[in-house]
Design a protein around this ligand. Sequence first.
Ligand SMILES: [Zn+2]
Length: 378
Amino acid sequence: MADNGKSSANVGSKNDKVKQEDKAGAPLEPVFKENHLFVSVNDYQWPIVYRKEYNLGFLGLEKLHPFDSAKWGKIFNILKGQLMVTEDTIVSPEEALEKDLLVVHVQSYLDSLKVNIGEAVPEWSYAVAGITEVPPVALLPNFIVQKKVLKPLRFQTGGTILAAKLALERGWSINIGGGFHHCSSARGGGFCAYADISLGIMFLRKMKLIKKAMIVDLDAHQGNGHERDFINMQKDVYILDVYNREIYPHDGYAKRGISRKVELESFTGDEEYLSLVKRHLTEAIAEFQPDIVFYNAGTDCLQGDPLGRLSVSPDGIIQRDEMVFEWARNSHSIPIIMVTSGGYQQKTGPIIAQSILNLRDKKLVSCEAAEEYIKRSR
Ligand SMILES: [Zn+2]
């Protein structure tokens, strides 16, 4: 995710791990039994999850942040313009509510996002500003922050949880948003307010739909949020993380949660990057066979990204995504969910859209019923 390396909010409980899991055979808790996030999906809908509420309204504050706050809408509009999808052939997710977030988050952390500056203990006052890394956000009344920043992120979080289930049903899914990999159970940072990847995995585990998950985190930054969450669960959650070692977050404690760590130097280019990704995907799957792959497909490794500081070309990004889908779907038949994570240059959205179109052209993703439906309705 986007981060400028200067701040991260550290609030809430010291217990920075996901809560203890239920004993085997225990009945499902109400949050899973009456799960409003798992909306019903028609067979003519692509397992692509998006709604316009993903996009942030920043009241002009985006000018203070190197950030395209409409990236997600751009991706959707390009896919629509290319006639891959229509409004009714993608899946619209629900907002993750507090009861959903509590599956991973501690209450004290969620409470810390609700307070206005000056109303709480000092370290909490700046929680949201620290997470978004836009200091003036701290000066906004909390109801505006809730509406303009946190609500969109909760829709994207609901999107990841839903897409996780869709991946199991369809073999693959893409949440056009999500990938908040700096946020853990008790701590946000680097524009990540909710731990959507940890939530997706824990929903599937607690609903007994999967046991083992692999996170392939190719955002330019270390994914310290999910690493902290699963630090004591490496038997069941394997993390392959490829990141620039010279940038935020330098989270040494979280590194203990990584099963396979690939640290890059600044300005690593296509050839070295792609060959490292390929080699470590092969070696990871030889070590661990998951029931699902969570692919955190950050695009801040793109050349020119002021935060990621790597030198991967647009074509390199497209080849990378193709390689990951080919590996999961064709070589190993493992369901894969992709989330888009960091990378907010103005050109980033169009590159992600091109990459999704490429996956379709290479038949690595398909939905015949949706393609038929779109043809008929034209
Ligand atoms: Zn990042």
